[in-house]
Design a protein around this ligand. Structure first.
Ligand code: SF4
Length: 684
């Protein structure tokens, strides 16, 4: 039986502390239970998995107990999220509110309360790099000289030194040249170390009891910690919101990427850097030898990559999982050895001769980067540990030009080839790096399939945990209907797309806009958009298309600005989008969001399960799809007064045995098969 904390009761009860600060405050049992579980996990150092249904108020549900526990016990808690939107919300709403609450509970603790947002170093200006650019511009006229001059002038007035604080427009390429870069930081040996923006930001983190961070930065920190470095200070517990994205984010952070461009960037690091390093390195011999190694290494890679790129350009998919290694013997090893030796010798020589510290340190960093590159290149070319790592080749066409009509030489073909390698299963990594270290509480609106946490727990390597599933306070039975037409072709059939277009027209004719159309593939979304746009115009409706290069917030603002908007969305529109009220009354999901089986990583994950005698469909594809579908469904009802319809145009929910399992995992909206219900719902 759950025992409740008296302090949390004082905060959350009907006439409690929170009620004085939140207009029209309504206590929510689910939120109170969540807060109690969070506090218990923190006190008892146990992990927690909490699925908090939409409307639970989960951010307060973890922020308040975390702040209270951290202040009472002189601890530090990291709160990690997947999206910037949630980080902003925490910094602007929940954490300031927590401060007010603590002021009433224990004024002496409130005095000490500090919270900070941790950002990666690339968000900040590196003063040393800016100064070097300025010095260069004195000898060589550059188009950015005036901006660099103004920036330099503004530096003393800047407090944080991050991109948001820069008071003038800075072209992206220029910012890239002056942003913080761990591979190009001299640390204590930098002449700007004492006034460094990044160091100052790190110091502030040391004084904070709560640090907000994104998943990507948090997992980068874990990787660096393994190598003896760090971004974040020591912490006592971590709360991961939007935890359904953790597996993805960890996989991304551990993924290797190799291409000719990446290799060239590393060579250029030395060749460009040479101008700033001490005179000792300014020898044409060293440059010539480096250029010679570059030419031979790139030639070797062109020989390997060009035929692969040509072959991939002719195939239907542009990504393929490798079954064998690309090279039998590690033919690139001697070239890497030559490259490393060249710089190691130079490093030794300079050190012995008492060379400038900046150059000596810079060289030793550079050697580490060559070693890291060698590890990645060897790993992907030799397809190392194929049972543990998925290695694949991808053909990536820049821009939209038709590749077959272009005349390309071998180098141009090879430059289109990218190799990736990702861990197939991150559970062991997380078990070692995360769950055996500190208390971890994971929360999201979607962590269970049919009330069971085991899919997520297994994929993330969390063995023992306290679990809580809090139902949403919304009355889905009255607020929403779920329409799944049964007379529909299967998504695999040719007629499916025509059916989609006809159904969508019928739906938006009824809703007259305020509708999301959620797709699982960009190509299908673009085709349907093109087919519908003239029709929408004729009927006084406006289609808004989600393009990867367009910011989601901009598109959402546009969507809200007029009631006749129909949004065609993919990927990021399935989750984290909050459009409460009448601005969104209908969400149409084109088909069940199963992972694409030809995607190399999905394929590798399925192969691994099948090889172990497990059923990859039931144990991976199905639960994955359920979690994603719950996210998509969750876009519709955001408040107690919202009403609307979710339409899923995938008849497999009726025809396949797993259909009932999926339906049982969705919020309990009234299920119907008839389009007439949709008309009735909106006309009643
Ligand atoms: S310490 Fe590193 S990041 Fe900071 S100014 Fe110096 S070189 Fe740049």
């Amino acid at each position: 039986m759950m025992t409740y904390s008296k302090t949390l009761y004082r905060i959350f009860k009907r006439d409690g502390i929170l009620s004085k600060h939140v207009p029209a405050y309504q206590p929510r049992r689910a939120q109170f239970e969540m807060a109690n579980l969070v506090l218990r996990c923190l006190k008892q150092e146990t992990h927690g998995l909490i699925e908090a249904g939409t409307g639970t108020g989960k951010s307060f549900g973890y922020t308040l107990p975390a702040v209270w526990w951290a202040l009472k016990n002189e601890k530090r808690v990291i709160i990690s999220t997947n999206t910037i939107t949630l980080q902003q919300q925490l910094l602007e709403k929940e954490l300031p509110m927590a401060h007010k609450v603590i002021r009433e509970l224990a004024p002496e603790l409130a005095e000490e309360f500090r919270y900070e947002l941790a950002k990666g170093r690339s968000h900040y200006i590196c003063k040393r790099r800016l100064e070097e650019l300025w010095q260069d511009s004195l000898t060589t006229e550059t188009p950015e000289r005036e901006i660099v001059r103004q920036l330099r002038e503004q530096l003393p007035a800047m407090k944080k030194g991050d991109r948001e604080e820069i008071p003038l427009p800075v072209p992206p390429a220029l910012f890239q040249a002056i942003q913080g870069d761990s591979d190009d930081c001299l640390g204590k040996n930098s002449p700007f170390y004492k006034q460094c923006f990044i160091q100052n930001a790190r110091k502030k983190l040391q004084n904070a009891q709560i640090i907000v961070v994104n998943h990507a930065l948090f997992f980068t920190h874990l990787i660096l910690r393994r190598q003896g470095a760090s971004i974040l200070p020591e912490y006592d517990a971590v709360i991961m919101d939007e935890a359904h994205r953790v597996e993805d984010q960890v996989t991304k952070q551990y993924t290797y990427h190799v291409s000719i461009e990446e290799i060239n960037i590393l060579f250029n690091r030395f060749l460009k850097k040479r101008a700033h390093w001490a005179r000792e390195l300014d020898s044409s011999d060293l440059q010539q030898q480096t250029e010679s190694i570059r030419a031979r290494l790139v030639a070797k890679l062109v020989e390997l990559f060009a035929p692969l790129a040509r072959a991939l350009a002719e195939r239907p998919q542009n990504e393929y999982l490798l079954k064998k290694s690309i090279i039998a013997n590690n033919e690139v090893a001697p070239l890497f050895k030559e490259w490393k030796t060249l710089f190691a010798d130079k490093h030794k020589e300079l050190k012995a001769a008492g060379g400038e510290e900046e150059t000596v340190i810079g060289l030793s960093r550079y050697i580490s980067q060559i070693e890291q590159m060698e590890r990645m290149v060897t790993h992907v070319l030799c397809n190392e540990s194929p049972d543990e790592w998925a290695t694949w080749v991808a053909y990536e066409e820049p821009g939209a030009e038709g590749h077959r009509s272009l005349i390309r030489d071998d180098f141009a073909w090879a430059s289109l080839l990218h190799l990736y390698s990702a861990p197939i299963d991150v559970s062991e990594l997380l078990r070692e790096e995360l769950f055996t270290q500190k208390t971890v509480i994971m929360t999201s609106a979607t962590l269970t399939t049919q009330g069971d946490f085991s899919f997520v727990a297994n994929r993330m390597g969390i063995d023992e945990y306290e679990a809580l599933e809090t139902p949403s306070p919304f009355r889905y039975e009255q607020q929403a209907i779920l329409l799944v037409p049964n007379e529909a072709p299967s998504p695999a059939e040719k007629e499916f797309e025509a059916f989609l277009i006809a159904s969508m027209k019928e739906i938006v004719m009824t809703t007259r806009g305020r509708t999301f159309l959620l797709f699982t593939s960009y190509s299908q979304m673009n085709r349907v958009y093109e087919a519908m746009i003239p029709w929408l115009k004729r009927h006084g409706l406006t289609g808004l298309l989600h393009r990867p290069e367009l910011s989601r917030d901009t598109l959402l603002q546009q969507f809200r600005s007029q009631p006749n908007h129909v949004l065609f969305g993919c990927e990021s529109f399935w989750e984290g989008v909050d459009v409460p009220g009448d601005d969104l009354i209908c969400v149409v999901i084109v088909k069940l969001p199963f992972p694409v089986p030809t995607d190399p990583l999905t394929k590798a994950r399925m192969n691994r399960l099948d090889k172990r005698g497990q059923n990859s469909f039931r144990e991976y594809m199905l639960p994955f799809s359920i979690l994603r579908l719950k996210q998509g469904f969750g876009r519709l009802i955001r408040t107690r007064s919202d009403r609307g319809v979710v339409v899923i145009l995938d008849s497999r929910l009726h025809t396949k045995p797993y259909g009932s399992e999926i339906l049982a995992s969705l919020p309990p909206a009234r299920l119907t098969k008839s389009m007439d219900e949709l008309h009735r719902f909106f006309t009643s």
